[in-house]
Unconditional design. Structure first.
Length: 363
């Protein structure tokens, strides 16, 4: 246990111990996915490994430039003669990997971390978790002072783009796991984790993303909960999915956005139909998540339709129940009207939307 330098990546993966990939597999999917996990050698994996080699171990010249295509005898021959840790790429792949390297070194913040005089690159760390008794392992790409770094090749290194990717692939769990494993080794004092995101297409922008203390605290709690689940599974020797017999599919956040967008467009179309003189630009549905009104009206449209519209699809509140009661009690020939009021709020008059638009229609 402790820090091991000089261990190859291949040998590291052969060692027993729970890695961040295993923890992420359980966190995102299930115990069954952890036990059924296998390392896959893909083109993206090779490119990522090549970029790591360029940036972290340039002196070893591990990335080999091959012929133009993998479907050639020359490529097969070169592949069969590869030494340990060497990575063979096609000519195009190699050129791309060098551009990604240059993109990372062009960013001063990334370069400072990658070329820190006291950096420790590609060291293997093993420690026993005192809470669960599980043997843990990690291999940070680089460490210097109190920060551990991980290099990620990505389609989008922008703050928003990489944040989405981090959420999708549970990078925060990886960060929390690495910092925790490092904390179990006396020689290390790692307090912070950062990702060096390198775009793998032109213009090959690189950007550093530091995990905030708030996200680290949240991820650490979730990571420990996942380790507890894994420890219990090891003890019971049961590694199921835990998904039950079936799942009732619910409305996803994206589906909810689509439904809300359709409602806004329905209101817009009703207004335009009621006032034929208005042009499409006089009444527009805003983008989901934007601030302000859900339907934007021009001064001309506002004069004809003096209302500010707020659309809420799939609203989970008592208004619908009140309307159902009003409809149930409504005599023939009358129109249901619900008057609702919350504490310290003005009363609201609620009518059926179709009825409302009939009232506002220009005759």
């Amino acid at each position: 246990m402790g820090i091991i330098t000089g261990m190859s990546n291949e040998v590291y993966h052969q060692q027993s111990g729970i890695s961040s990939s295993a923890v992420k597999a359980v966190y995102k999917k299930s115990l069954a996915h952890w036990k059924g996990e296998k390392r896959k050698q893909t083109a993206a994996f090779s490119m990522g490994s090549a970029v790591h080699a360029h940036l972290l171990e340039p002196e070893r010249n591990l990335v080999i430039k091959g012929p133009k295509t993998k479907r050639s005898k020359a490529f097969e021959e070169m592949e069969s003669n590869l030494q340990e840790d060497q990575i063979l790429l096609t000519e195009v792949e190699y050129n791309v990997s060098k551009r990604i390297e240059q993109g990372a070194l062009t960013n001063s913040t990334c370069r400072q971390a990658l070329e820190h005089p006291e950096r420790k690159n590609e060291v293997s760390i093993f420690a026993k978790c005192p809470r669960t008794g599980l043997m843990l392992k990690c291999r940070p790409d680089s460490m210097s002072e109190q920060t551990a770094y991980d290099i990620k090749t990505t389609q989008d290194a922008s703050p928003k783009g990489f944040s989405r990717e981090a959420q999708l692939y549970a990078y925060d769990i990886q960060a929390a796991f690495y910092v925790y494993v490092c904390s179990l080794v006396e020689e290390l004092d790692i307090k912070e984790f950062a990702f060096i995101a390198c775009e793998k297409a032109a213009p090959y922008i690189a950007h550093m993303h530091v995990v905030s203390p708030e996200l680290m605290a949240s991820a650490t709690e979730r990571m420990h909960q996942t380790l507890d689940v894994m420890a219990a599974a090891e003890k019971a020797e049961e590694y199921g999915t835990g998904w039950g017999d079936y799942t009732l599919m619910a409305l996803t956040p994206q589906s909810a956005k689509n439904t809300g967008r359709l409602l806004q467009q329905w209101v817009r179309d009703k207004i335009l139909a009621n006032f034929p003189k208005l042009q499409p630009d006089d009444c527009r549905s805003t983008s989901m998540g934007s601030n302000g009104e859900d339907v934007l009206l021009s001064p001309a449209a506002r004069k004809l339709f003096p209302y500010s519209v707020e659309c809420k699809s799939n609203a989970k509140n008592a208004i619908y129940k009140v309307m159902e009661q009003a409809q149930a009690n409504c005599p023939k020939g009358a129109t249901p009207l619900a008057i609702v009021k919350a504490n310290r709020q003005k009363p609201l008059a609620v009518v059926d939307a179709e009825h409302f638009f009939k009232l506002t229609k220009r005759k």
